[in-house]
Design a binder for this molecule. Structure first.
Ligand code: KG4
Ligand code: ZN
Length: 338
């Protein structure tokens, strides 16, 4: 059966078409398309909710037309992100999904965006996957809006075991970038500059690293960078690179320490990471080293799956069908929890 998935929770407008073979529990991405609004938002230093909704409204129908031209109208279900995210943006996707579901006479499958990140590692590099994975595993979602450690005990049985108390890790990257006059989104720019910096040049704090639980905090670190820049205005490229590298290292140290806490506390041998920050190469290397040294299996989804996309929304729809999960809440909810 074919599932059309729609994602409009933040600043990416995305569609994906997946084929699910219920018998073998295999699913496969047939096509996908994504429009990133980053260029439109970057001049404002962050995502502007009203502009995001307007751009989704403008782009989504055009993209859908193109998608139908390419793939036809043979669709058995419509999956759509209902939260969490920016509500005006979510409504654009959900309204269209409802309309399509009515017009085609096919079911609507509401999807939690965070579930998508948690299971995006089920697809391989050819965008083919199956429902089979060993439980329990830890899903570590590190993005601009979330930094969350989730214990996945079984499909649809989740417990948040670690979460940031203030800023998300990606948000801290974006704010530090702003302090250095780098454009939004700052994460990729900070990590690029960090490549030529010395990660030990400045000893930034590692907030809550020894708290002995899953709580994380990145706001104090961000403020420490702000004070450092005030007291020591960078004089050249190398100074900027050192700030970026030292900040990046502090974030990674905290993220790895919390992963280590979770692995030991819950005795879990498998981890799936997701969210835009996991595009960071140094973070990937640090997580890989950790996994090798501690004998845990680390699944790092390919890059189009780690940032926001519609494919992962389609994956959750496939899993809901395979596991017979029905009647999820279909109302838009910007602060929907896992
Ligand atoms: O998952 P995502 O695409 O969107 C949501 O926030 O849901 O994540 C975007 C975040 C931004 O904060 C961006 O700065 C950060 O991911 N990011 C990075 C890198 N690439 C993207 N942070 C650090 N290093 C990177 N290479
Ligand atoms: Zn996301």
């Amino acid at each position: 059966m074919k599932i059309l998935a729609i994602e409009t929770s933040c600043d990416e407008t995305a569609l994906a078409l997946l084929n699910l073979d219920k018998e073998s529990e295999k699913f496969q991405v047939l096509d996908h398309i994504l429009y990133s609004q980053i260029n439109e938002h970057s001049q404002y230093g962050g995502v502007v909710p009203a502009l995001a909704a307007r751009l989704h409204n403008k782009k989504l129908p055009v993209m859908l037309q193109e998608f139908i031209n390419r793939n036809g109208r043979d669709i058995d279900s419509i999956a759509v992100t209902v939260g969490p995210g920016l509500e005006p943006s979510l409504y654009v996707g959900v309204n269209l999904a409802n309309l399509l579901s009515e017009a085609l006479g096919v079911p609507l499958i509401p999807v939690n965006h965070m579930h998508g990140h948690m299971f995006s590692g089920l697809l391989d590099e050819n965008l083919v996957g199956t429902a089979s994975i060993e439980y329990p595993f830890i899903a570590y979602t590190i993005s601009g809006g979330h930094t969350e450690l989730v214990l996945v005990k079984a499909y649809n049985d989740y417990e948040i075991i670690g979460i940031t108390q203030d800023d998300a890790a990606g948000e801290a990257f974006d704010k530090v970038a702003k302090m250095l006059n780098l454009s939004y989104p700052g994460g990729p720019k900070v990590s690029k500059l960090a490549e030529s910096g010395d990660s030990e040049a400045i000893q930034f704090p590692r907030p809550m690293i020894n708290s002995g639980d899953g709580r994380m905090s990145f706001s104090g670190l961000k403020t420490a960078v702000l004070y450092y820049i005030k007291d020591n205005p960078p004089q050249n490229e190398q100074d900027i690179a050192n700030i970026c590298a030292s900040f990046e290292q502090a974030v990674i140290d905290v993220l790895v320490a919390k992963l280590n806490w979770a692995v030991n506390t819950y005795n879990v041998r498998q981890i799936i990471i997701g969210g835009g920050v996991t595009a960071n190469l140094k973070l990937r290397q640090s997580f890989e080293n950790y996994a090798t040294q501690n004998g845990v299996n680390l699944i790092i989804p390919n890059k189009i799956l780690s940032t926001d996309n519609a494919i992962m929304i389609g994956v959750i729809a496939c899993l809901d069908i395979i596991y017979g999960v029905e009647n999820r809440e279909s109302k838009v909810n910007g602060s929907l929890s896992i």
